[in-house]
Design a binder for this molecule. Sequence first.
Ligand code: 4LM
Length: 413
Amino acid sequence: MRTNNKDKSQWQPATVTIHGGKRRDEHGALVAPLYQTATFSFENTAQGSARFAGEEAGYIYSRLGNPTVTELEERVAALEGFPAAAAAATGMGAVSATMLAFVEQGDHVLVSDAIYGCSFALFSHLFTKFGITVDFVDMADLAKTRAAIRSNTKLVFLESPVNPHLKVIDIQAIADVAHEVNARLVVDNTFMTPLLQQPRQQGADLVLHSATKYLNGHGDVVAGIVCGSEDDIELIKLTTLKDMGATMSPHDAWLILRGLKTLDVRMERHCANAVKVAEYLRAKDLVKTIYFPGFADHPAQALMGTQMHGAGAVIAFELHGDINTARQLLDSLQLITIAVSLGDAETLIQHPASMTHSPYTPEARAAAGITDTLIRISVGLEAVEDIIADLEQAFAACSNSQMTTTGEQVRYG
Ligand code: 4LM
């Protein structure tokens, strides 16, 4: 049998999405076999106890490890430039298993003030219940971040660009602040994918994903994954993943392995479409503010080419008017789907204040800059002309039915 001994460290990311972590099975199957099994049989009791004692390598039970899941872990770890990864049942499974593995009562955790709504809920409700102190800070403001760090800060957590309004955080600067007190920096890289950003290069200690999004890319799986050092990943696997149990199913891993093969071409199309949609939106009178890291006047430009290698395909924009204006625009769409999530082939649009970021208190939402007229769109893979045509008819529908918003005359379309 031919062995897979090419120098993988020389591969380009597009090659790694297809070949990273690939194993040759005994039949030479081109596609990773799906090991759809809960448990693995032992030759005898000696082998079973040796596996449990860690004296013999091999699979035991799929919550502890599964060959299909291992292949995915190795592929994503290679893409993120880390030695190891642990797959989880959902993105939130990855966030919670990662964060809980490294903290105990009395510890402090510093979190970016704008993050995905359920991550906010996890930190603000669950962590505090167990005696872990959490502070939220605008990590785009380095002075504020430095002032918020404490000698007992164990973990620093951020997304960049942040969900939902795409503020960009200088990961290297935050890593330096975290490392001054020996805290680990955990970066949620869901919006960028490892093709557009590899936070390890800026000093992140752990990098995680909601694999539900671009990594899988087809909207048919919820999953998560975290990458890190061998020791950190082993700790996560043996404690919070194994015992809390939010591990990935082999079938989900198999689907993500399939999705990953097209990540590079999908991202190219997602990003190209997003540039055109962002330019279209920027020209609309009803659009008050637009947040898109691809624009020359977005603060992300300072980090483009170093931290980021592309703007991604999520755009956020605020409308003139009030929450009803935002609702009306979304309700007028015919092709673009009103749904949370992102990174799918379908263009998805949602209203963060009442959907993804509804777990925030109104005060925390206001502090994080998530307003009632903010809309988030995940630009899909459809022909961009059709996406824009749908937006155009929705803006026109708003214009026909409503001419004033908060007293001011607003010209639509
Ligand atoms: C959404 N997001 O925004 P699972 N990290 C980030 C995320 O955006 C999400 C998760 C983790 C959305 C879901 C409804 C940056 C989720 C959590 O949903 O647990 O796979 O990922 O629309």
